[in-house]
Design a protein around this ligand. Structure first.
Ligand SMILES: Nc1ncnc2c1ncn2[C@@H]1O[C@H](COP(=O)(O)OP(=O)(O)OP(=O)(O)O)[C@@H](O)[C@H]1O
Length: 245
């Protein structure tokens, strides 16, 4: 079979899969074990979005300390049944209060490297010396609950998601300035001085990437948190009609 291209799509009732086009057939891989053959063309009910319900994952990116977590928390409070936070894997140590399976799946470097090699991750990245990644299972779990998956990832993760062909909406959260970003990182008091310096160094690269034309569907500056939250909700209402009901 000649593979002409691979892209992902969301199936009804939240099942996800990858479509592989060939000269003869189209196939939907629902998971690593099951494959469904489709007639050509793809039935309308298999389209990624409908005017009532869009389940494309939402990718939120921005430099460390810009307020991604704070914005996502407010969004989830407002729409608890619509969005699901994709729980990432990480090899970093838990911060006080972080719960395995809720904030992250804490993993060893060896385990995670093996699972990445086995193709179990949609994206992964080495950030500040630790591995982070989103497993296919984490997304599938939410899609089965009919929820929009939120991915909170850095630029390396965004690049990998884009390369994977996953259809998603991409938002970049920008700080009002680098000095305000540093203030927030220090104010959070969760990082060592060395970690703050490293994050500030990475922030410049993140911002340059975020502002590259055509990379993100929308850039939101997080100056006042309440205003930024409202802007985020307004943008999402345009993309996800189910939010208006
Ligand atoms: N608009 C804002 N104004 C002032 N402080 C803010 C604002 N948004 C977030 N903060 C504060 O800045 C700090 C960093 O926010 P947060 O932890 O949400 O960032 P993050 O982008 O998720 O960081 P990381 O990627 O490192 O997890 C927190 O202490 C948060 O309360």
């Amino acid at each position: 079979m000649i593979s002409l291209g691979v892209r992902s799509l969301l199936l009804p009732r939240g099942l996800s899969g990858f479509i592989i086009a060939s000269t003869a057939t189209k196939r939907i891989r629902i998971n690593s074990k099951s494959m469904v053959l489709l007639d050509d063309p793809i039935p309308r009910t298999m389209q990624t979005t409908s005017s009532e319900n869009n389940l494309e994952p939402l990718v939120i990116c921005g430099p460390s300390g810009v307020g991604k977590g704070s914005l996502i928390e407010r969004l989830m409070q407002r729409y608890p049944d619509t969005f699901g936070f994709s729980v990432s894997h990480t090899t970093r140590f838990p911060r006080p209060g972080e719960v395995h399976g809720q904030h992250y799946f804490f993993s060893t470097l060896e385990e995670m490297q093996q699972e990445i090699e086995d193709g179990q991750f949609v994206e992964h990245a080495n950030v500040h010396g630790n591995l982070y990644g989103t497993s296919k299972k984490a997304i599938e779990r939410l899609q089965l609950e009919n929820k929009i998956t939120i991915l909170d990832i850095d630029r390396q993760g965004v690049m990998t998601v884009k390369e994977s062909g996953l259809l998603a909406k991409f938002i970049f959260i920008a700080p009002p300035s680098l000095s305000i970003l540093e203030e927030r990182l220090r104010g959070r008091a969760t990082e060592t001085e060395e970690a703050i310096q490293r994050r500030m160094g990475n922030a410049v690269q993140e911002i340059l990437y975020g502002e590259t034309p055509g990379t993100f569907d929308r850039i939101i500056v997080n100056d006042d948190l309440e205003e930024a939250t409202q802007t985020l909700i307004d943008v999402l209402c345009e993309w996800y009609p189910q939010l208006k009901t």
